[in-house]
Design a protein around this ligand. Sequence first.
Ligand SMILES: [Zn+2]
Length: 179
Amino acid sequence: MSLKNFPLFRTGIGQDSHRFLPADSSKPCMIGGIIFEGVPGLDADSDGDVVYHALCNAISSLTGVPILGRIAVELCRKDGITDSQVYLEKALQTLRGQKIVHIAFTIEGKRPRLQEKIDQVKKKVASVCSLHEKQVGLTVTSGDGLTDFGCGEGLQCFCVLTTVEAMVLPDQIGHIDKK
Ligand SMILES: [Zn+2]
């Protein structure tokens, strides 16, 4: 079988979690680039956006380029950039020929009320990634009081990322051809 022009699909996975700051903190709670009211911000050097960070990690799992561990740390410490959208934009550049087909997120947390802003988060992520909002999926769960997230101590997000390379040259998939 010739694999010339064979579309190469990849799946990436990423996770991130942060604890809430004390109730008297004035830091806004950012989730997927959207501010959620009624809860303190997340404890991180950056804005602590678990959705953007999970996506950065999913991208790193495909590219091998450490975004949160290296590039974001440099942006934060050297340039004082705490906006995780900037980290995500850097991460997206590292995908190069890999085109995003779909991004799926799931967030666990007792607070805030995530359900109310699901559509806003999906639209925001789609816009930053230059995707249609139907290419972004998001489910949320309260965690039922089981984990620290389910007890309202913080937030956890998982991300599964699917990419495709529209055209793969035979020499790039030689290891597949040999099988
Ligand atoms: Zn994080």
